[in-house]
Design a protein around this ligand. Structure first.
Ligand code: HEC
Ligand code: HEC
Length: 329
């Protein structure tokens, strides 16, 4: 048995659920006249509803003209000053939304302080970037435009290029009823970024009740992930992305002072080595071992690391029906 704590069982389990059924019925009778469609009381929902991780939602409905314009812009190198880079150059949506380890370099060849984050599911994070210093997609996009290590341009410069192209100008008119401007440029990119979600992982299928979607070893790994306390930071639909935490609480995690970071999402994590903001863990095994020590003061056995890594592998989802895969340089 890998789990260090037995799964939680309420000592009065049977009595408790009998009460739930009674209260649920009582409540629905009471409220029936006020609100016809009652959600079940929290105590009576399916087991998945009580898990710290919830399935990823489907992409939101989007205006097709705005979506396809946003997608074209995402691949458009006019978004960089010298015309060499687009969003997709660093965030490859055909693979892991993040890029490859060899791209962990600044334009002048020096190492970037922060590894490329994946754009997949980024819209579901409560803050953006490793340090969580942006609150919304549009301000993060503007920072990508202006960052000299990134697209090194400005909204004004991009609009100048787009407005001199009759083809793209027509598409802005069709989608927004006006010429390209700051608001519709940022909006079109946001609409496309919101479509970049990766539902359909085996773990989500298991959460939704498909009991054979995970192997017993993967389920053991998930129980260990919870009983150790990993899920106190990595939880919610994105298995992270909704808290700030210091990296290196009990033991140093990486070189330098312990940074306050937005907890990263572990969705599709198996597809994007190396790990941590500085890319200092080459493999997922190493990342899990170091996390347990640094964040929870736990030294894991090889078997425990293996089980958690097996569970993390089940968090790989699909984009437009195809599995998210690692980008090989
Ligand atoms: C030169 C490579 C590069 C390019 C080009 C680039 N990015 Fe990024 N992107 C990064 C890096 C590096 C980070 C992490 C930055 C940080 O944490 O400080 C990042 C972070 C992000 C995030 C935050 C993800 C999260 O989970 O918080 C989003 C969203 C994003 N980029 C979208 C875009 C969009 C949209 C474009 C095009 C307008 C773009 N990026 C262009 C390298 C790039
Ligand atoms: C106290 C909060 C906290 C706990 C507990 C925690 N983590 Fe983390 N986790 C973080 C933070 C913060 C980072 C980012 C560290 C960095 O990049 O320097 C992170 C990063 C990671 C990464 C790398 C993600 C990437 O994209 O590079 C993995 C994998 C991971 N954690 C797994 C785990 C596992 C497994 C456990 C339990 C053994 C765990 N974490 C417990 C906060 C936590």
């Amino acid at each position: 048995m890998l789990a260090r704590m037995p799964p939680f069982r309420h000592p009065f389990g049977a009595l408790f659920s009998a009460f739930c059924r009674w209260a649920g019925v009582g409540l629905s009778v009471l409220l029936a006249s006020a609100a016809p469609a009652q959600a079940p009381a929290p105590c009576c929902q399916s087991p998945a509803a009580r898990e710290p991780i919830t399935p990823l939602p489907a992409p939101p409905e989007a205006d097709p003209l705005k979506l396809s314009l946003g997608e074209s812009l995402y691949f458009d190198t006019r978004l960089s000053r010298d015309g060499t880079l687009a969003c997709d150059s660093c965030h490859d949506v055909r693979t892991n939304g993040a890029g490859s380890p060899s791209q962990f370099k600044d334009r002048d060849g020096s190492k970037m302080p922060f590894k490329i984050l994946s754009v997949f599911n980024a819209s579901l994070n409560f803050r953006l970037n490793w340090e969580g210093n942006y609150r919304d997609l549009q301000s993060q996009t503007e920072s990508s435009f202006e960052n000299p290590a990134n697209l090194a341009t400005s909204v004004g410069e991009i609009l100048g290029k787009l407005r001199s192209d009759p083809g793209i100008t027509r598409r802005f008119r069709d989608a927004y009823g006006r010429l390209p401007d700051r608001a519709n440029l940022l909006d079109a990119l946001e609409v496309f970024e919101r479509s970049l979600v990766t539902p359909g992982s085996r773990f989500d299928r298991w959460l939704k009740g498909e009991t054979t979607a995970l192997t017993p070893a993967e389920i053991d790994g998930y129980h260990l992930f919870k009983s150790l306390g990993c899920s106190s930071c990595h939880q919610g639909a994105n298995v992270g992305g909704n808290l700030f935490e210091h990296a290196g609480i009990f033991r140093p995690l990486t070189q330098g002072p312990a940074l306050l970071l937005r907890v990263p999402s572990l969705r599709n994590v198996a597809t994007r080595p190396p790990y941590f903001h500085d890319g200092s863990a080459a493999t997922l095994d190493e990342a899990v071992r170091r996390m347990a020590g640094a964040q929870l003061d736990q030294t894991l056995s090889d078997q425990e690391v293996g089980a958690i890594v097996a569970f993390l592998g089940t968090l790989t989802g699909t984009y437009r029906g195809a599995p998210v895969v690692e980008r090989v340089p």
